[in-house]
Ligand binder design. Structure first.
Ligand SMILES: [Zn+2]
Length: 209
């Protein structure tokens, strides 16, 4: 059908909202340039596996490339259209890959940005939601006690809680961790998909996983 079996619906260049994989390089031929509104092209599109399982969120621009290549089909449309010199295309809201893609138990890079994303900018001790600039990372088990810099031991933390906790465990400091930190998995990604999809009723029926 299509030679592009390595395509996972994610492009590094496009910076999708929820990248699942970094492993692709595409040199795409898109045909004649489209006359398009950039804002529309950046809107999020839910990507489903062939089995209708939600696997990613990408941008309209990227989703349309997948449609044009015949790798995916549109399951839901939004109300926009884009025009090229030769045709008019309806803009998708949800697309589905035509070939089943095995999604490995992916892990994302351990970074401040991804930990704040996982914890949704919420201090894991007081539950407050803060701008990124007002959050730090806390080692639940302090480094001085052998605590590692890992997904399971790093959490988003406001400066006040960070000061209060100091170089102690939560038990010693008498504060409680909101929830056990986990690696950024497909489960986490799905929680974020639900958050994003809340705005778009066309997404909802696909987000029961
Ligand atoms: Zn706090």
């Amino acid at each position: 059908m299509n030679s592009d079996s390595s395509d996972d619906g994610v492009s590094r260049q496009e910076k999708p909202v929820l990248p699942l994989s970094n492993r692709e390089h595409h040199h795409l031929v898109l045909g004649p340039p489209m006359h398009r509104k950039p804002a529309v092209m950046q809107e999020p599109v839910l990507v489903l596996n062939a089995t209708f399982e939600p696997i990613n969120v990408t941008a309209v621009r990227r989703a349309m490339v997948l449609l044009l290549k015949g790798v995916a089909q549109a399951e839901e449309l939004n109300h926009h259209e884009v025009h090229s010199t030769s045709r008019v295309m309806k803009v998708p809201s949800v697309i589905r890959l035509l070939a089943y893609r095995h999604i490995p138990q992916q892990t994302r890079a351990l970074s401040r940005k991804n930990i704040l994303l996982r914890d949704r900018n919420t201090c894991q001790f007081c539950g407050g939601i803060f701008p990124t600039s007002e959050l730090t990372l806390d080692h639940v088990v302090p480094r001085s006690r052998g605590g590692r810099s890992s997904w399971e031991n790093l959490v988003a933390c406001c400066y006040q809680c960070n000061n209060r906790k100091g170089d102690r465990t939560p038990e010693e400091a008498g504060i409680k961790l909101a929830r056990r930190p986990r690696p950024f998995t497909l489960y986490t990604s799905r929680q974020l998909m639900r958050l994003i999809g809340h705005r778009d009723e066309k997404w909802r029926k696909y987000l029961f996983y």
